[in-house]
Design a protein around this ligand. Structure first.
Ligand SMILES: [Zn+2]
Length: 221
């Protein structure tokens, strides 16, 4: 029996017995109805770039506020897996229709502490669903946690340093220089995790990288 059984059983049970309701309008039977999904996709088409020079192509569902923020919170902290499927659909709507033939989703690795608390790896879960609905994509979890670090630094520089030490490329990873690596994470704040991941992939020869962030929430400093 897995060690974290206590954390995983209850949310799974609730997922099964409680009917889902749309987090936007309350409609029963789904965690996000088509109408509210369209609303999120269409209302977030402005000002969603981190504004960092030489950043690989960047795609996001939108700013982390309103309904999108509610969905991400419920997904991460209440472990509502059905919302993960909707988040995968939302980011898929924002990706370019013409993706290069060999595009691999590389999830930003979640800390083991968070996996234990939530009962699952929330980014990996979305990555698998994204690959399921977008047949041009395959999942390649090339990055792993270096040690059990969690981002706790309050300022940008501390976060960048922590992120750089937080994960590494899996041993014996072979990079295909013709392939495209799509880095996937849930929120861009300082960009520390994403920038560290880009650096690590480039260091082992990845030439084509694109970024998919579920949401963006810029820190002021
Ligand atoms: Zn709705």
């Amino acid at each position: 029996m897995p060690k974290n059984v206590k954390n995983t059983t209850l949310p799974r049970l609730l997922d099964l017995i409680a009917p889902h309701s749309c987090r936007g309008c309350g409609k029963l039977g789904t965690t996000l109805c088509e109408c509210c999904k369209k609303y999120i996709v269409n209302s977030n088409n402005y000002n969603n770039q981190p504004g960092i020079k030489e950043l690989p192509p960047f795609y996001t569902v939108g700013n982390r506020d309103g309904l999108l923020a509610k969905l991400i919170y419920d997904y991460k902290y209440n472990s509502t897996r059905a919302i993960g499927i909707k988040l995968a659909e939302l980011i898929n709507e924002k990706l370019p229709h013409k993706l290069p033939p060999n595009t691999y989703i590389v999830p930003i690795p979640t800390s083991t502490k968070h996996i234990r608390e939530r009962g699952f790896d929330h980014i990996l879960f979305i990555a698998h669903h994204l690959a399921k609905i977008n047949h041009k994509l395959k999942v390649k979890p090339l990055l792993v946690r270096e040690k059990n670090t969690v981002q706790v630094g309050s300022n940008k520089n501390t976060r960048i340093l922590q992120a750089d030490q937080a994960f590494k490329v899996k041993d014996k990873t072979q990079i295909d220089s013709n392939a495209t690596y799509l880095l996937l994470d849930d929120v861009w704040t300082t960009g520390a995790s994403m920038l560290a991941a880009i650096k690590k992939l480039r260091a082992i020869g990845a030439k084509h990288i694109i970024i998919a962030e579920l949401s963006i929430s810029m820190l002021k400093n």
